[in-house]
Design a protein around this ligand. Structure first.
Ligand SMILES: NC(=O)c1ccc[n+]([C@@H]2O[C@H](COP(=O)([O-])OP(=O)(O)OC[C@H]3O[C@@H](n4cnc5c(N)ncnc54)[C@H](OP(=O)(O)O)[C@@H]3O)[C@@H](O)[C@H]2O)c1
Length: 307
């Protein structure tokens, strides 16, 4: 590779924000964000890459509004599929490595055990379809790539379930939370740290680079829970740490919480390939939650969320 520049797209997002910090030890990090680079405008993507000619392109930009995507297919497809396809073409042209993030929502959730990378995707909502199309565009380009499929992303900033629960926990005496969708909450910080750990191996002087390791890797925290279980853990810890009131938590069925987009019942992903190939594994979700709450505690009161 020609230089050590790592170009991050989506700097302001949950994962992009953490990447900027975690990748700094690996090389010269350069970032671009919307609307300076708009994924609906392929030329803006090409210009950003050609100006820097990075060794590594990391794409944390995405259309992530799962319910809204049901009525914005074209926009979601442009951002989640066409844009990543352009990144991949540029990566191929330059001989750069493309790191991209995908989702558990490429699967329909009907499997009774954790999904592995070779399971056949069958998305049940528009967001999942657009993300799968992005994965396929990258694979078809022939560029060196790492596609990390993650799930239930949250962190100390951004729009996410953790911050929504902390806000609603203060506002409401009772919360009704879905208990029949199972997955692994995964913190943006853990995703960025794991990305950094993998890239450190690929970029190390004398290393063989990505050779033979290009492909899709599931990347989530260990352990699994339901949204109800996640909410209970969040609010129980918040009561201890912040003295927040503990609302009455009621487990409900998905059928009793209709949303525009369907969600998979089983979102669990097996991360064995990541561990076997790179020796990287993420902490248990409960441990990671505790670490994120430490960050919020250190930064005083919980950050508010728009969700
Ligand atoms: N969130 C989850 O629960 C979840 C679950 C599984 C997988 N993932 C995947 O993980 C990755 C990171 O997700 P995240 O939660 O960090 O996302 P996020 O917080 O929603 O951030 C997405 C980023 O994309 C940018 N963006 C939006 N529209 C754009 C456009 N037209 N052109 C260029 N950039 C645009 C946003 O900019 P603005 O902030 O300025 O709009 C933001 O910086 C994504 O690939 C996502 O699909 C997320």
């Amino acid at each position: 590779m020609r230089n050590s520049i790592i170009l991050i797209f989506g700097r302001i997002g949950q994962v992009g924000w953490e990447l900027r910090h975690k990748l700094a030890c690996l090389g010269q990090v350069s970032t671009v964000e919307y609307p300076e680079v708009d994924f609906t405008n392929p030329d803006s993507i090409r210009s950003a890459i050609r100006a820097v000619e990075p060794a590594v392109i990391v794409n944390a930009a995405a259309y992530t509004a799962v319910d809204k995507a049901e009525s914005e297919l074209q926009l979601a497809m442009a951002i989640n599929a066409t844009g990543p396809g352009v990144l991949a073409e540029e990566a191929k042209r330059l001989g750069s490595l493309l790191v991209h993030y995908s989702t558990d929502y490429v699967f329909d959730g009907s499997k009774l055990s954790p999904y592995v990378e070779t399971d056949t995707p069958n998305p049940i909502n528009v967001y999942g379809r657009t993300k799968l199309a992005g994965d396929q565009a990258i694979q078809a380009s022939g560029c060196d790539h790492l596609i990390f499929r993650t799930s239930w992303v949250y962190g100390a900033r951004g729009n996410n379930f953790l911050l929504t629960m902390l806000r609603l926990g203060k506002e409401r005496a009772e919360l009704r939370i879905v208990d029949d969708q199972i997955g692994s909450p995964t913190s943006s910080e853990c995703i960025a740290q794991a990305t950094s750990d993998v890239l450190a191996q690929v970029l190390a002087p004398g290393a063989t680079g990505i050779q033979g390791r290009s492909g899709i890797y599931n990347l989530t925290s260990n352990g699994e829970t339901s949204w109800f279980g996640f909410a209970k853990a969040i609010l129980t810890e918040a009561a201890v740490r912040f003295g927040s009131p503990l609302p009455n938590l009621v487990p409900i069925l998905t059928a009793n919480y209709p949303t525009p987009a369907k969600r998979p019942d089983n979102s669990c992903l097996s991360c064995q390939r990541l561990e076997q190939t790179f020796g990287v594994s993420l902490p248990h979700w409960e441990q990671a939650l505790s670490l994120v709450l430490d960050t919020i505690t250190e930064g005083s009161s919980p950050v508010s969320s728009k969700v």
